[in-house]
Design a protein around this ligand. Structure first.
Ligand code: LLP
Length: 417
């Protein structure tokens, strides 16, 4: 079910008109559907009923406390990549024992915080990190549960910036080196080997790269067993794509049954780290047309959202569908949808066929993942408000930033005479 639909020629989030949200909370504003979030999570899990599994939402996709809290209440774990994300998950009521900690640059302080919290597993990305983690754990008198993130050298066939499983990426350890590093880990006093981890990229729209990577991970698990290292869980990472325009990503059921079939009779828990697939299509960015500008070669719709609010088009040339909240009958024109930021790269969509007038509202679709989380204050623009719709009710889950907050931490130089 799509939670953003037209009713009486006006776009709604569940049972709330987006135009009412704009009146109440102004624009730009991120709007999420609680139903869409809940359904995505439940659908993802449905394929794994009967299999020991843990779904760890990748916090980086959308770290809103309200969203983390919703997923925590549904039973989710979390994939974090920083001490900041750890603090957020704990503040949102997440269970520390369902947290996996990924990332190539964990600091000693972040390791300490995670050991104190008692997380489920560290996804270790290098031999040096393993040595540091052991040292930190020794000093604290704790044992660190680890997986090694292995790099299966599989082409995820996605945008190069978000492909992570190739040999030349900075992530993980080379597949060929993994066994050796596991043997080193096994000899470390305060490291407990629990799993094998692998994440090959994001916005992957075919099943085969996942299966190829999983095959290699299973081969490694079997090789480890022969070396008397018994793996309790496999973390298959995230990466399942969503439909932004006409992509046909693997559906959750097909993904789950293929992974389960490959796992076979092995008594191993499956861990997943989906981000985008759980939140991407559960959110839109609501924006208002400030000006229409017609030049000799192009028509511009200048809107009040910009690359600082949604960076994906500028950074990856990513496509997001753009819908008029109240479509007009008048004849449409081809528009560049651009923001007020002083960069030519500040666009939200190219060549969109829309009938527009100044003051109209637009919804930038599929903005629930890597939208707010990648936003910035560039051009000293306060970050947008965030609203969660639940049936016919909306909740402000993050205030629009005030301009004063933006420089509250800054100081002038001392006055010199
Ligand atoms: N696990 C790890 C270790 C990751 O690095 C990522 C994403 C995920 C899980 C979640 O992947 P997902 O299921 O969301 O594909 N900013 C980019 C996406 C960067 C993804 C980074 N890692 C974008 O806007 O497309």
């Amino acid at each position: 079910m799509n939670s953003f639909t037209f009713k009486n020629t006006s776009l709604y989030a569940e049972d709330v008109a987006l135009s009412d949200i704009a009146t109440q909370f102004q624009t730009p504003c991120y709007v999420y559907s609680k139903l869409a979030l809940t359904q995505a999570f439940d659908n993802f899990r449905a394929g794994f009923v009967g299999t020991d599994h843990l779904v760890c939402f990748a916090v980086k996709a959308n770290p809103s406390l309200a969203i983390l809290n919703l997923f925590a209440n549904l039973g989710a774990g979390f994939d974090i990549v920083s001490g900041g994300e750890l603090a957020r998950v704990l503040a949102a009521g997440g269970d520390p024992n369902k947290i996996v900690f990924s990332g190539v640059g964990k600091t000693a302080a972040e390791m300490q915080a995670a050991l104190n919290a008692g997380i489920f597993c560290f996804n270790v990305e290098s031999a040096s990190e393993l040595i540091r983690l052991n040292k930190v754990a020794v000093a604290m008198g704790k044992v660190a549960p680890v997986s090694l993130r292995v790099n299966p050298n599989v082409d995820a066939k996605t945008h190069p910036y978000i492909s992570t499983g190739l040999k030349n990426n900075k992530f993980g350890v080379a597949y060929e080196d993994a066994l050796n590093i596991y043997l080193q880990a096994a000899a470390m006093s305060n490291i407990a080997i629990h799993g094998v981890d692998c994440h090959i990229g994001s916005q992957i729209t075919e099943l085969s790269p996942f299966l190829d990577a999983f095959d290699k991970v299973l081969d490694l698990v079997d090789a480890l067993k022969q070396n008397n290292i018994h793996i309790r869980h496999i973390d298959a990472g995230g990466g399942i794509g969503i439909c932004y325009s006409d992509e046909t990503p693997p559906d959750f059921a097909a993904y789950a049954s293929a992974m389960r079939a490959k796992l076979g009779e092995r008594n191993i828990k499956l861990v997943f780290e989906p981000g985008r697939a759980l939140v991407g299509n559960a959110g839109v960015l609501l924006t208002k047309v400030e000006y229409l500008k017609h030049t000799e070669s192009k028509n511009f719709a200048i809107v009040d959202a910009a690359m600082n609010d949604l960076m994906r088009p500028a950074l990856y040339d990513a496509y997001h569908d753009i819908k008029a909240v109240k479509p007009r009958d008048s004849s449409a024109q081809i528009y560049e949808i651009v923001g007020p930021v002083c960069e030519s790269g500040d666009f939200l969509g190219h060549d969109r066929n829309l009938a527009l007038e100044e003051g109209d509202l637009l919804a930038i679709m599929s903005a629930g993942a890597y939208g707010m989380s990648m936003s910035s204050n560039y051009n000293t623009r306060p970050r947008a408000a965030e609203v969660m719709v639940d049936d016919d009710t909306c909740h402000l889950i993050r205030n629009r930033e005030s301009i004063n907050e933006l420089f509250a931490n800054e100081k002038l130089l001392p006055v010199t005479s």
